[in-house]
Write a protein that binds this ligand. Sequence first.
Ligand code: FAD
Ligand code: NAP
Length: 532
Amino acid sequence: MASTIAIIGSGISGLAALKCSLEVGLKATCFEKSDSVGGLWNFMEHAEDGRASIYNSVFTNACKEMMCYPDFPIPDEYPNFMHNTVFLEYLKLYAKHFDLLRHIQFKTAVVRIEKRPDFATTGQWNVVTEHDGKQKSAIFDAVLICTGHHVYPNIPLQSFCGIEKFKGQYMHNRDYKHPAKYTGKNVLVVGLGNSGADIAVELGRTAKKVVISSRSGSWIMSRVWDNGYPWDMVYLTRYQSFLSRFLPRVVSDWLYENTMEKRFNHSHYGLVPVNKSLRKEPVFNDDLAASITCGTVTVKPNIREFTETSAIFEDGSVMENIDVIIFATGYSYAYPFMDDSIVKNDKNKVSLYKGVFPPKLEKPTLAVIGLVQSLGGIPPTSDVQARWAVRVINGTCKLPSKEIMIDELNEEEGDKKNWFGRSETLSTDFVTYMDELSSFIGCKPNLSRLSLTDPKLAWEVFFGPCSPYQFRLHGPGKWDGSRKAILNQWNRTIAAMRMRVVPAHQESSSIATLVKILVLPLLLLALFLAWA
Ligand code: FAD
Ligand code: NAP
């Protein structure tokens, strides 16, 4: 039975992995190559090799009730969407609260992990670390990889004809930090993901000209959603997930497209996705439409060809005199410290059972935390993954046979492509995924029991936001504060915005909200059931 565990990285995922390992009594050591916790959320003025790198103006795109660890709410006084420095403070509070720091070896990089010769019977790993230029090797019963997946830039130069002729500067967005040095310049941003949109909007305020080239468009969502609530409090609910899974695809696609088009007509702005029903990650940007309508950002199609100074787009239009091209073309991932055939399938793609366990290992003593991407925040996802992983490692939970895991993976691969498109990371539906993993541990919210014993809570769990607290309501790792946190989540959200007292007689009516959020969808459901 495993007793020692190595955790690589102390970002969101590494901290969750460390805390969950200690929770089940494992002797955990976390290795972190930098000098601090927080991973990607540690803004640095210069990108460092092998570490995530963000720009100064990054804010969270999930709100605080949805982007917290399930047993540690974000402080009341923090805003709903947080600047990276504020969110980093939260991660530090978490590490301190659960006394994690003394288990972390900072400035210590894991340079190699290898199966021990007797792996087939022991499942043990040799972990080689480097600190101050000196290498050390130690044996661990298990390893959790928490090294992040927004680290290695994807610059698909081979897709861009003539780029070798271009005389100006080009770079990946991980090297973009501040807008100041682009003042007065002509900037082309390639890619309409969250990075591309944020950077284009920011540069649009001071650059001479900013163009975004998008090969397939994107839905643009606002952080500020129905009635001013954070988008994810309204949209990421069990009820919405139920509708999208059980309504006929044509109806759920229609509902999805309508939701995405609610704020503005995407085709009028040249943003509409080529495949409108694909659930690829939307862009969260409150200012992009305003920048387009004010003329500070222009959207163009894919690039046909570059010349020495210009880009020719697929519609034949040209952007002349480009000073800088910023490739906001996403990331690919790598595990340079291990033989990556452990996590890759025969098509050379990372393939993990439930996004966590390599299916072909003789012993399930290695897991990857934080690689799966869904619309939900990473902290609850990494928390549930880590809780499950440590229980598989200590033998409390069992994995199916290798054959069953591989069959399931093959089946899921087809379904996911159909639903999420060509995303590099392992995309999934947040509620479905969280429910599946929490059911393995025995902490999935039991709605039928709750509706008999605590109907008020059951209502909020089903119709309200699928907030992280739901996954620590009961079962192993139960947190006594969950019920209160769930029932107070709306109040905390409002309190984080309302700093001026509003007398009761001036309050807007909440009836309209209730009708929109609950009654209309219920009517739709009733109509559908009657029709079916
Ligand atoms: P990371 O934060 O990348 O941490 C990995 C850690 O591992 C680092 O500290 C690194 O130093 C360490 N490490 C790496 N290799 C080694 C090694 N060999 N040895 C020792 N240590 C090592 N997600 C959200 O949920 N909400 C958001 O709002 C959000 N915004 C984002 C904004 C941007 C610009 C980007 C790029 C991503 C965003 N994400 C967001 C996704 C983001 O990846 C996650 O929020 C989160 O940071 C992932 O945490 P992690 O711990 O898995 O990885
Ligand atoms: P991304 O989501 O992967 O987007 C990459 C973009 O590049 C897509 O528009 C993609 O187009 C395009 N692209 C890729 N290869 C291309 C090619 N060969 N030719 C033309 N276009 C190409 O990357 P990202 O925007 O950096 O985001 C990475 C992650 O960080 C996401 O999870 C995101 O949510 C997160 N993030 C969050 C924030 C925040 O506000 N908190 C800010 C930035 C990033 P297709 O769509 O056609 O594939």
